[in-house]
Design a protein around this ligand. Structure first.
Ligand code: SF4
Length: 64
């Protein structure tokens, strides 16, 4: 699974709070970033939840 964050991110950091192991806020770009190229199995469920909860619909997931 891969996850990317689009420029639609409004920076509320919900994904960062939900899964800080995967999502990080980039203070320079003013949007969240994904720390992994491929999401480790143990975080996949949280990443799907973060995408579903993202109010800006900014988290895009590509399943394997
Ligand atoms: S939950 Fe969505 S809008 Fe909020 S910081 Fe994460 S990607 Fe950005």
């Amino acid at each position: 699974m891969k996850a990317t964050i689009t420029k639609q991110c409004m920076g509320d950091r919900n994904c960062n709070k939900l899964c800080p192991e995967v999502f990080e806020y980039d203070e320079d770009q003013l949007l969240s970033i994904v720390k992994f190229n491929n999401i480790p199995n143990e975080y996949k469920a949280l990443v799907r939840q973060a995408a579903a909860e993202c109010g800006a619909d900014a988290i895009e997931i590509i399943e394997d």
